[in-house]
Structures are given as structure tokens and as C-alpha cells.
Design a binder for this molecule. Structure first.
Ligand SMILES: O=P(O)(O)OC[C@H]1O[C@H](OP(=O)(O)OP(=O)(O)O)[C@H](O)[C@@H]1O
Ligand SMILES: Nc1ncnc2[nH]cnc12
Length: 188
């Protein structure tokens, strides 16, 4: 495993620790598995620092970080902790106990509904919305809609992996939402 050095940029370094699993969870899907990024503490730190360094800047510092179920929780909660701001989970339907708002969307392989507690954010709060990956953009856009329905402002979205051919990152940009992506993969 190469160490992160001047010869290797962060994106290339992280790419080497993402595993591609063909035909999972269904035929034709190239599943981009981020678990190897989390397994090695040094690699995990490079990943988290890539987000934290950007959002420490005063003009980009959020009031709160929101994370998308489930892999967005792993990254989002750690980034929130490092930034010393709160974390709010956007969960798959049926998991949140208090009153919620909900949004249904299409995935690369199925459909889903996500929910957010109605008191999770307040009017005008600046939110950073984090997930592990953007494919069709359905999940991320559903998250933006939920947060903004409650009056918050999603100032930026951030992911580890972008699958640009699935169109999600373009859709998000067309909506005027800035998106930080650390690693791009061609194909599905
Ligand atoms: O851009 P999209 O087409 O919406 O796809 C991206 C979403 O798909 C994956 O989650 P998944 O729904 O597989 O759930 P999981 O995190 O619980 O595995 C991934 O973690 C994103 O949340
Ligand atoms: N190809 C993919 N790999 C990992 N997670 C995904 N979510 C949607 N598409 C995905």
C-alpha cells in the first residue's frame, strides 16, 4: 500500500483504497465499496482531513452537518465532530421515532424513502450534507429537499465518490448546489 506522499495526490491515494465489487447488489452494478478506506486508521484520517480542511475555512464552515443513511453517517458524524458542530441523520423510512418530513426517490437499483426529524434543523441554518457516494443523485437531492423544506440552507454537499456517468453530480449542479467530490469513477 503506498503511503500518501507528494508523488500521490489525495484523490489517487483514496481511489486505491476503494474496492470495486462487480454485479453487486445486482447484475451490471459495479459496487464501489468504501469500507477499506475506514479499516486503516491512517487512510481514514486522510479521508476525514480532506473534508475537514475545506470546511474549517470560516466562509465554508457549516452550522450543522447532515448525513445520509447509512454510509453518510460514518463520514458525516466524524466530520461534524472534528468541526465541533452538531450532526443530524437523514434516515431510511421507518427508523426515526419523532415527527418527520419524508421524500421518495429512485436509486440506481430500486427506490427508497428518506425521513428527517422536523426539529433536526432550524430556519436559516447553514448545512453541509454528506454521503459516501453520488450516483443518480436521487438520495442527495431528496436530502437537500428535506433540509430546505424545514428552512435550512444546504450550502454545500460532499461525497467521497462520484459516478459522473449516472448524472447525479450534474443534476445537483443544475440545482445550484455546490458539490465536493474526492474520487471520480468512470462507468456504473
Ligand atoms: O445517487 P443515488 O443513485 O441516489 O445513489 C447513492 C446512494 O446509494 C447508496 O446508498 P444505498 O441506498 O445503497 O444505502 P446504504 O447506504 O444503506 O447501503 C449510497 O450510499 C448513496 O446513499
Ligand atoms: N455503484 C455503486 N456503488 C456503491 N454505492 C452505490 N449507490 C448507488 N450506486 C452505487
Amino acid at each position: 500500500m503506498p503511503a500518501l506522499s507528494a508523488a500521490l495526490n489525495v484523490s489517487d491515494f483514496l481511489r486505491e483504497h476503494i474496492r470495486t465489487v462487480p454485479d453487486w447488489p445486482s447484475a451490471g452494478v459495479q459496487f464501489r465499496d468504501i469500507t477499506p478506506l475506514l479499516q486503516d486508521p491512517q487512510v481514514f484520517r486522510v479521508l476525514i482531513d480532506a473534508f475537514v480542511h475545506r470546511y474549517m475555512a470560516p466562509q465554508l464552515r457549516p452550522d450543522v452537518v447532515a448525513g445520509l443513511d447509512a454510509r453518510g453517517f460514518i463520514i458525516g458524524a466524524v466530520v461534524a465532530h472534528e468541526l465541533n458542530v452538531g450532526f443530524v441523520p437523514i434516515r431510511k423510512k421507518g427508523k426515526l421515532p419523532f415527527t418527520t418530513v419524508e421524500e421518495t426517490y429512485e436509486l440506481e437499483y430500486g427506490s427508497a424513502t428518506v425521513e428527517l426529524h422536523t426539529d433536526a434543523v432550524t430556519q436559516g441554518q447553514r448545512v453541509l450534507l454528506i454521503d459516501d457516494l453520488i450516483a443518480t443523485g436521487g438520495t442527495m437531492i431528496a436530502g437537500v429537499k428535506l433540509l430546505e423544506r424545514l428552512g435550512a440552507h444546504v450550502m454545500e454537499c460532499a461525497v467521497i465518490v462520484d459516478l459522473p456517468e449516472l448524472g447525479g453530480s450534474s443534476k445537483l449542479k443544475a440545482l445550484g448546489k455546490p458539490l465536493l467530490t474526492l474520487v471520480d469513477f468512470e462507468g456504473h
